[in-house]
Design a protein. Structure first.
Length: 234
């Protein structure tokens, strides 16, 4: 069972949570399922590992990507394309907004308040309990509150993105899911889906999860490593 999201979906979370990797793989996953998918890169804070790095992949899949103007594409500047407001006002079947990390990255969402009027928005908090900023429930709750205050939008769903990069095991995913399940219980927010590296799927007992599972093929990699290959739908 894979994620079944539509409408406007904001992917938010702490720095290092893996939210951008989640956004990229979710976009391709839903496109493969036949959805009309559009993506906006709203990460105007962190100059590394942004959705725009997947532009070539999105182009192959026919996924519309909104990024800053070409002359500012690699700039670490607070530049928000007016096209983003238009994208929200005329959202496709699935419109994914990849917000920046923490409350600083979420601030840009407040600038889009007028565009969100009358729209149903789902904002998902991506949680990786193996990162130092989100390794306790209290830290996750603090980041949740900060993102909500900065954006003016309530988080209404969680994503369990437990991983230790190449060292991740099936047990790590199970333990991470249990952690996010406790966060879900305390916040009364649903876990929308769990992520799992594509190569780990054969080792997993998917019945261990009560939520959909999103396969992850890493696209955001350091210069010395190649991105994983997501096979074209054709």
């Amino acid at each position: 069972m894979e994620p079944d999201l539509d409408g406007i979906v904001i992917i938010a979370g702490a720095y290092g949570s893996g939210k951008t990797e989640v956004a990229i793989n979710l976009a391709v996953n839903r496109k493969r399922a036949g959805y009309d998918v559009k993506v906006a890169d709203l990460d105007l804070v962190n100059p590394y590992f942004r959705t725009r790095e997947a532009a070539a992949l999105f182009n192959r899949w026919g996924i519309e990507l909104i990024v800053p103007a070409q002359e500012w594409l690699q700039a670490d500047l607070p530049i928000l394309s007016p096209a983003v407001s238009g994208l929200i006002r005329q959202a496709g079947q699935l419109t994914i907004l990849d917000a920046g990390g923490d409350d600083a990255g979420a601030t840009v969402l407040a600038a889009l308040a007028d565009a969100f009027v009358g729209k149903t928005v789902r904002m998902l908090q991506v949680v990786n309990p193996y990162r130092p900023t989100t390794d306790t429930i209290d830290k996750c709750l603090q980041i949740k509150a900060e993102i909500e205050a900065a954006s003016g939008i309530a988080i209404n769903g969680l994503v369990s993105n437990a991983n230790l990069m190449d060292e991740t095991t099936a047990d790590d995913l199970y333990s991470g899911y249990d952690f996010v399940s406790e966060l879900s219980r305390l916040t009364n927010l649903p876990i929308e889906f769990v992520t799992a590296a594509q190569e780990l799927l054969p080792e997993l007992n998917l019945n261990r999860f009560l939520t959909p599972v999103l396969p992850i093929v890493r696209q955001l990699t350091p210069p010395w490593r190649k991105a994983g290959v997501i096979k074209c739908k054709n």
